[in-house]
Design a protein around this ligand. Structure first.
Ligand code: 5RP
Length: 234
């Protein structure tokens, strides 16, 4: 089974998981990336069952509109029932690295508002220790070199993602070569550097539910229980 099929399987599993929570006034948060795009495809035929969506990027907003799903500005919305998005890495505490698609800041905002965050990925994204995937940091352009020096002082290897501008008009630094033993502490430390807009660690607000697809099927983990329904850890 290829990765594309796994992404489709987990997107369909997420749809099945959230369907009972959809009502005429429900707003859904929708993430960014190839797995989130599969979720939009799965969601589209059910658009009459909920009110609309808040998107975590301009690209996702465009796809949602093309699928006939109404897109709301977050400032028009007081509640997001559920947020469905992919990730670049996930650990057993459901802490995540996100931002491979440079949408981390809006993703973090939507996750903060959402009552429930359902993260969907193929099982290759499940790791013991976060950090093999370079950790994205969104920075105000004029602060890029200063932030990079501060990252070096923390023991990381910062690499500017040249040519990429975020939807917020900022730049991305990816931190390589950092085993992240304490994701919550590092998330806070990076946030405290002046010029950092946000970073791709989702540890202070982790996923509530993590669905990982492999050739054997989709396993569902929650923050209450990191053992899946079949009794196995990832
Ligand atoms: C975008 C993200 C994505 O969720 C993450 O990069 C995973 O993407 P994909 O589903 O394409 O593997 O955080 O900023």
């Amino acid at each position: 089974m290829n990765q594309d099929q796994l992404k489709q399987n987990v997107a369909e599993a997420a749809l099945k998981y959230i369907l009972p929570d959809l009502h005429a006034d429900t707003i859904i948060g929708v993430g960014t990336g190839s797995t989130a795009n599969k979720f939009i495809e799965a969601l589209a035929p059910h658009k009459s069952r909920f009110l609309g969506a808040v998107a975590s990027s301009d690209a996702t907003a465009e796809l949602l509109r093309a699928a006939g799903i109404e897109v709301f500005d977050l400032n028009q919305v007081t509640q997001i029932a559920v947020y469905v998005d992919g990730a670049d890495e996930a650990n057993k505490k459901l802490h995540l690295i996100k931002g491979g698609g440079a949408a981390l800041t809006r993703e973090k905002i939507v996750a903060a508002v959402a009552k429930k965050f359902v993260c969907i990925a193929d099982s290759s994204k499940g790791v013991e220790v976060l950090g093999r995937f370079p950790l994205p940091v969104e920075v105000i352009p004029m602060a890029r070199s200063y932030v990079a020096r501060e990252i070096v002082a923390l023991g990381g290897n910062p690499v500017w993602r040249e040519g990429v501008t975020t939807d917020n008009g900022n730049q991305i630094i990816d931190i390589h070569d950092m085993a992240i033993e304490d994701p919550e502490a590092l998330e806070q430390t990076l946030n405290d550097i002046v010029g950092v807009v946000s970073n791709g660690l989702f540890a202070r607000r982790p996923a509530d539910v993590l669905m990982l697809a492999s050739a054997e099927g989709v396993k569902t983990f929650s923050t209450m229980n990191t053992v899946s329904q079949d009794g196995n850890y990832f």
